[in-house]
Ligand binder design. Structure first.
Ligand code: PXL
Length: 281
C-alpha cells in the first residue's frame, strides 16, 4: 500500500465565493491527499466583486501553528501557498517553509496578488518585491501573466503572446529561484487559453490549452493550482500535470458558464472531482 501524501495548504478562508481554501481542500482531498491548513485570513467573501466583506487577519497565528506542528515532528510532501493576508505574512510564510520543509517536500507558491494588469488594491506597492522573495524559496511557482510581470518588474500586456515571449518569461521566472515555473492565462491564438510550463533542470517547456470560455470567473487560478499540486503529488510530469489541471479547470468553467452562474461565486469544480480523482489513479 502506497503511503498517503500529506500537504499543508496556506491560504485564506473566503467564507463565500469558491477560492483559496474552499477550493484547495476539496481538490486535494478528492485526490486522496491528506490536507492540513494554515489559514492566513478569514473573509466573509473574497475581494473580487463583493463590497462590505469582513476581514480578519491571522498573521499572528501562523508561526504558533507552525511551531506546534514542528514540535509534533510532522512532515509534509507539499507546502502549497496562495493568498496571504498581509505584507508581513510573506516573511512569516518563508519562515514557515524553512521550519516545515523536509527532504522531498514540494514547495509550491502561487503568488496571488494581481489580475488583469492590476495589483489587488488590498496590497501595498512593495508586495510584488516581497512575493519575489517567497518565490525564490519555492520549487514551483504558478503566477498568472499579471503576477509574472509584477515579479519581473516588466509591463503587462493583453494576449495574444508569442512563444518566444512566454519562453523568456518562464526562464526569467526560474532565474528568481524556483526550479519550475507555470504561467497561467497564456494565449497564443485568439479564442484559446491555457498554461505554459518550464522545468529549468531538464530544460523542457510544456503547453496545454483549450477553447476560451468568454468572461472571467473568480477562483479559477486556485482551481488550476490546486489540481496542479495534486497531480504532481501523484507523480505526474510537469507537462502532464498542467494538462490535467487545464482540463479540470476548463470543464469547471464550462459547467458554470452553461448554468449561467454568477462569476463571483467561483466555478463548479465539485461536479468534476470524481473524474479528476479517477484520472490520477
Ligand atoms: O482567488 C484568489 C483570491 C483568494 N483569496 C481572496 C481573494 C482572491 C482574489 O481576489 O480576494 C481573499
Amino acid at each position: 500500500m502506497e503511503q498517503q501524501k500529506r500537504a499543508a495548504a496556506i491560504h485564506d478562508i473566503s467564507c463565500f465565493g469558491r477560492c483559496s481554501l474552499t477550493v484547495a481542500l476539496p481538490v486535494l482531498s478528492a485526490a486522496g491527499i491528506e490536507a492540513s491548513v494554515i489559514p492566513t485570513a478569514v473573509l466573509s467573501t473574497h475581494t473580487g466583486g463583493f463590497s462590505g466583506f469582513t476581514y480578519r487577519d491571522l498573521t499572528d497565528d501562523i508561526l504558533p501553528i507552525v511551531k506546534h506542528w514542528d514540535s509534533l515532528k510532522l512532515d509534509f510532501d507539499a507546502i502549497y501557498t496562495g493568498f496571504l493576508g498581509s505584507f508581513e505574512q510573506i516573511e512569516i510564510v518563508m519562515e514557515a517553509i524553512r521550519i516545515l520543509k523536509g527532504e522531498g517536500t514540494l514547495v509550491a507558491v502561487d503568488p496571488v496578488m494581481a489580475d488583469n494588469g492590476e495589483l489587488y488594491s488590498l496590497f501595498p506597492k512593495e508586495f510584488p518585491a516581497g512575493m519575489r522573495k517567497l518565490c525564490a524559496a519555492a520549487d514551483i511557482i504558478v503566477p498568472n501573466m499579471t503576477e509574472a510581470a509584477l515579479l519581473l518588474g516588466e509591463d503587462y500586456h493583453e494576449p495574444p503572446y508569442s512563444r518566444d515571449e512566454i519562453a523568456s518569461l518562464l526562464r526569467a521566472l526560474c532565474s528568481i529561484g524556483p526550479k519550475m515555473a507555470v504561467l497561467t492565462g497564456v494565449s497564443y491564438n485568439e479564442g484559446r487559453l491555457g498554461a505554459a510550463s518550464y522545468d529549468s533542470v531538464s530544460g523542457q517547456f510544456g503547453y496545454s490549452d483549450a477553447p476560451l470560455v468568454d468572461g472571467m470567473y473568480h477562483g479559477t487560478g486556485d482551481v488550476f493550482a490546486s489540481a496542479l499540486v495534486a497531480a504532481m503529488l501523484h507523480g505526474r510530469s510537469l507537462e502532464g500535470a498542467i494538462e490535467s489541471a487545464v482540463g479540470f479547470t476548463v470543464k469547471s468553467i464550462e459547467r458554470s458558464s452553461a448554468a449561467g452562474s454568477d462569476r463571483r461565486y467561483g466555478v463548479n469544480f465539485e461536479a468534476g472531482l470524481g473524474e479528476f480523482a479517477a484520472s490520477l489513479k
